[in-house]
Write a protein that binds this ligand. Sequence first.
Ligand SMILES: [Mn+2]
Length: 306
Amino acid sequence: MEARTIELIGVPMDSGKRRQGCLMGPDALRTAGLLQALADLGHSVSDRGNVSPAAFTEDTSGRLHALQETIAWTRTLSDVAQGVPATSVPIFMGGDHALALGTVRGVANAAAQHDRPLFVLWLDAHTDYHTPQTTASGNLHGTPMGYVTGRPGFEGFPEITHPIRHDHIAMLGLRSVDTEERAALEPSDVTYIDMRHIDEHGIATPLASFLDRVAQADGLLHVSLDVDFLDPSVAPAVGTTVPGGATIREAHLVMEMICDSRLMTSLDIVELNPFLDERGRTAQLMVDLVASAFGRRVFDRPTRAY
Ligand SMILES: [Mn+2]
């Protein structure tokens, strides 16, 4: 693929759920060699260091976990994401999935400024389509898709001025969807591909048709990769393990197809909890997957000059 300018942005965010550890995610990805892996592919890569949230005062009386901290992160990350030049591809190194409240809002605003439609590919065991009212756990990492599509009930969060259209969203790898989320998603135009569908039809066909739609619309593509998209036997470093996830090869194929499409304009790597990892194997796998999305051919390495 042609050389890209890539900005690594560390997001040590841990407020989206109660189990702690994702704040170490950015450093685990650095330690696993993310920058060098991308530079070796011929890309121009810089590490912007870690982002910090705007000042906040937590109110622990409510049902929602770390609401004010999450709102503060959302404000900051939205500004950071919106400010990335259109010539660069930002990789947001999480951090838990609540970071997508900010990153997707920000890239949606930037897309609107450039008059381009934004599409979102959500690679996850979960739909994360809750609102602060519907989440039973009170963990806001289950709400980013609800937020960026403009669902109501996000009091205190920055207003969504450019909601993501439901027909611009594909969710891949689903295998744990709450009743309320299913009821809200089923009548919508979201493309949701659960693991049974992947078992029966493969992962390439639904992904190819989504990528075709993005290309037809001359759209920008934000990819949000949750560690729990993968089966926990190959990616144990995540707090929300659900058996029956994507295999290593399925995940690489998704990344290789994203690479071939040349459509991806921003990427989240989320929910990596190094505290739960086994000798860094999950962090290493995530680095390998990102490299596939930027041109590395892991299982077929022809001799090639970059
Ligand atoms: Mn998620």
